[in-house]
Design a protein around this ligand. Structure first.
Ligand SMILES: [Zn+2]
Ligand SMILES: [Zn+2]
Length: 280
């Protein structure tokens, strides 16, 4: 976007908390209209899968593309039908009997009359009647070829404004995503899942909470498993203590603690059932 000369001295500039320059209202009026956040959002939005089509490339392989109608609709929604214009011209020096090249100029205007242009070349193979020699006499429709070439050029020009950028420059998007991944801190993952060869992401809060309680960072599922395990262990421990064995004073047979307790109360010594009968 074009910007008129800023009359404010550099050291007098003001910035907001995020480091963006705060431009005084009066001065804002003098600047060419910048895109607002809604427009920028719309430009940067991911192209819906339904609008992405595929075609075979010249050198083989598949290429994603969008129809010209999608691009026009997007331009209308972002800039308004009166906010943009396009021109195109045939480029003879880049065209042959087999191929036609068009140069498109896309112009975006603001309400003050400031404008900015993006240009791009586009082209298509000319279409010939089936099973006929590829000579001009057998062109199916030269106007149709020109229209296709124009659409191709316009889409490329619009992509320079950011329209369907993700479709036309997938490599840039991939790299950008990788960079974001590298820059963001490593996510918190479940320690137990990791041991099982899975990677489960958990929140920082959950990681901290489970680490404090279990000594491991755990996901919801593994936290439940750990709870179960802990409960089972506790149960085993308590059942073991109740099953602590005591020997019968008379025959040395093992009896339970509860039995011993009862016997002590009744006979003043721990006795098995048989010996209790004999004691009577
Ligand atoms: Zn887990
Ligand atoms: Zn006994």
């Amino acid at each position: 976007m074009i910007r008129k000369e800023n009359k404010v001295a550099k050291d007098k500039k003001k910035y907001d908390s995020q480091g963006r320059e705060i431009i005084p209202l009066k001065q804002q009026e003098e600047l060419p209209q910048q895109l607002n956040p809604i427009q920028l959002n719309e430009l940067g939005a991911k192209t819906p899968r339904a609008f992405i089509k595929q075609r075979k490339g010249r050198g083989g392989g598949q290429f994603d593309y969008v129809e010209i109608g999608y691009v026009i609709d997007k331009l209308n929604r972002i800039f308004g039908p009166l906010g943009w214009d396009s021109e195109s011209e045939l480029v003879p020096e880049l065209s042959t009997e087999l191929f036609v090249t068009v140069k498109a100029t896309l112009t975006i205007k603001d309400h003050k009359g400031s404008f900015i242009k993006k240009q791009a070349f586009g082209g298509v193979d000319r279409k010939f009647f089936k099973n006929k020699p590829h000579i001009p006499a057998n062109y199916v429709d030269i106007a149709d070829d020109a229209k296709s070439a124009e659409a191709d050029a316009m889409k490329k020009a619009a992509s320079k404004f950011g329209v369907a950028f993700d479709v036309f420059y997938p490599d840039v998007i991939r790299i950008k995503e990788l960079v974001v991944k590298e820059e963001s801190p490593a996510p918190f993952t479940c320690d137990r899942c990791k041991k099982l060869g899975k990677e489960t992401t958990i929140t920082e809060q959950q990681a901290k909470m489970t680490k404090d309680f279990f000594g491991f960072k755990l996901c919801d599922h593994c936290r439940m498993e750990a709870m179960k395990y802990k409960a089972e262990k506790e149960e085993n421990k308590s059942s073991k203590t109740t099953e602590k064995m005591v020997q019968c004073k008379r025959c040395s047979k093992e009896i339970s603690e509860a039995q011993a307790k009862y016997s002590k109360k009744m006979f003043k010594k721990p006795l098995c059932k048989e010996c209790q009968k004999k004691e009577k």
